[in-house]
Design a protein around this ligand. Structure first.
Ligand code: FES
Length: 158
């Protein structure tokens, strides 16, 4: 007489480790460098964290503080603004403007009580697929360590 096979599926036991929480990250990437850098990572099949939505803008200088605050309001746990390295901006000084905008944005983010680590500015060129992947991995872990944004939690409850 044969025995029934052991049951392999079913509810997790109370002692089973919980699955890691995955943050929601919004990436504003300039069309000419950072978005292309993400594309380079993709076509090169470089593995990286996938927990982000990318919004393509023509230049990092286009990222008004309101864009970032809106992303947090809509439930983002972290926001990355990314553009061309200095000297490479296709609009000459757009990334210098991005730095000014970023400083204002960071001030507002802190005023709202969010941690500085939820917002980051990075320069990534079209050829830097490896760098794009590294930034996404590192930023995802940083936001994960901070936990869910309080605004996102409010949104999830509502
Ligand atoms: S075009 Fe990339 S930062 Fe301006």
């Amino acid at each position: 007489m044969s025995q029934a096979p052991a049951r392999e599926s079913g509810p997790p036991s109370p002692s089973a480790p919980a699955a890691p929480w995955n943050p929601s990250i919004v990436v504003f990437a300039c069309n000419w460098c950072s978005y292309a850098g993400a594309d380079t990572a993709g076509v090169s099949r470089i593995q990286h964290q996938p927990h982000f939505r990318m919004i393509r803008v023509m230049c990092s200088g286009r990222v008004h503080p309101g864009f970032v605050l809106r992303a947090f309001e809509k439930g983002a746990d972290g926001v990355l603004v990314s553009g061309c390295h200095f000297g490479d901006c296709h609009y000459v000084s757009g990334n210098e403007r991005a730095v000014e905008q970023f400083k204002k944005t960071m001030g507002l983010v802190k005023l709202l009580g969010l941690e500085e680590g939820r917002l980051r500015l990075e320069w990534i060129s079209a050829a830097e697929g490896v760098r794009f992947a590294a930034v996404m991995n590192e930023f995802t872990e940083q936001v994960r360590s901070l936990g869910p944004s309080p605004f996102a939690a409010e949104r999830r409850v509502a």
